[in-house]
Design a protein. Structure first.
Length: 284
């Protein structure tokens, strides 16, 4: 198997030689941020939005911006070429951690790691055919400011997905303490009612998803009604359908959410209009 190339702190090196300090607080405490970006034909989709969200998170955590963050597009292009992904669907994982702030090095800066891998296209196609989701049994505090950033401390999300998968579902959906629908462990949630979109507001306690925002803007351009509003599990009985969004899978319809089942064909027209917005944005 060919050795992949990875980028760490200004260097392109073989992935099997990559290393971080065991004192890096990203490793010790999840003290850092990450972004997952999908690439199409060598072009990272919505990269400016991903970097803007990352910078907002850096400010919230008072985490110094890595020296080479501004060169991300060029770094990503070189990584894609080095890993033979310039013409293939790819995934960029961009990670920033605080490093070891106790170092004696006066030039200490944050750790920046960027990795490029192939997208699992078959897995994405499977999700786009329909997913089953479970409402998770514990609740989130909407006032937790860390919910608004994509922190390396991602264990609650990972655990939520594991709980859902162990019960035979594809995704787990969080509720907040008030019982409102929030988001999935790796996705944002939209409901469809009378060809209009409903989605939880950011104040419910969820990550401002990049694809979520793309859908909101696209719906407005397509004159598809879309409302951000508090939503509860009981609202599902009045909906015609639902779908999940993420940077990797774009839009994936839900065929089941907890006790509610949906006919994906009933809302296909609305989803297809939104899916076409991706094609137009990508010019493919």
């Amino acid at each position: 198997m060919d050795t992949k190339t990875i980028y760490i702190n200004g260097r392109f090196i073989p992935e099997n030689e990559a290393a971080i300090s065991p004192l890096d607080t990203g490793f010790l405490f999840g003290d850092g941020l990450f972004e997952t970006i999908r690439t199409y034909h060598g072009h990272p989709f919505q990269i400016d939005d991903h970097l803007a969200r990352l910078r907002q998170g850096l400010q919230k955590l008072a985490l110094p911006e890595p020296q080479n963050l501004k060169q991300c597009p060029a770094i990503i292009a070189e990584l894609l070429g080095a890993n033979q992904l310039s013409q293939k669907p790819g995934v960029i994982k961009l990670v920033v951690s605080r490093g070891n702030p106790e170092t004696d090095n006066p030039n200490h800066t944050s750790t920046l790691m960027i990795r490029a891998t192939a997208l699992d296209v078959e897995s994405i196609k499977c999700r786009q055919q329909g997913m089953r989701a479970l409402i998770l049994p514990w609740r989130r505090d909407r006032h937790n400011l860390l919910l608004a950033i994509k922190s390396l401390n991602y264990l609650e999300n990972r655990y939520g997905l594991q709980v859902a998968q162990r019960k035979g579902f594809d995704e787990g959906i969080f509720l907040n303490l008030e019982g409102e629908l929030c988001e999935g462990s790796f996705s944002n949630l939209f409901l469809i009612r009378d060809n209009r979109l409903l989605t939880p507001p950011l104040t419910a306690g969820l990550l401002p998803g990049i694809t979520r925002e793309f859908i909101l803007k696209s719906a407005n351009q397509l004159n598809i009604g879309c409302r951000e509003m508090p939503l509860y599990p009981k609202d599902l009985r009045e909906c015609d359908g639902a779908f999940l969004t993420s940077s990797l899978m774009e839009i994936a319809p839900l065929i089941e959410l907890d006790e509610y089942k949906f006919d994906v064909d009933q809302t296909a027209q609305t989803r297809n209009l939104l899916q076409e917005a991706f094609r137009k944005a990508l010019k493919i």
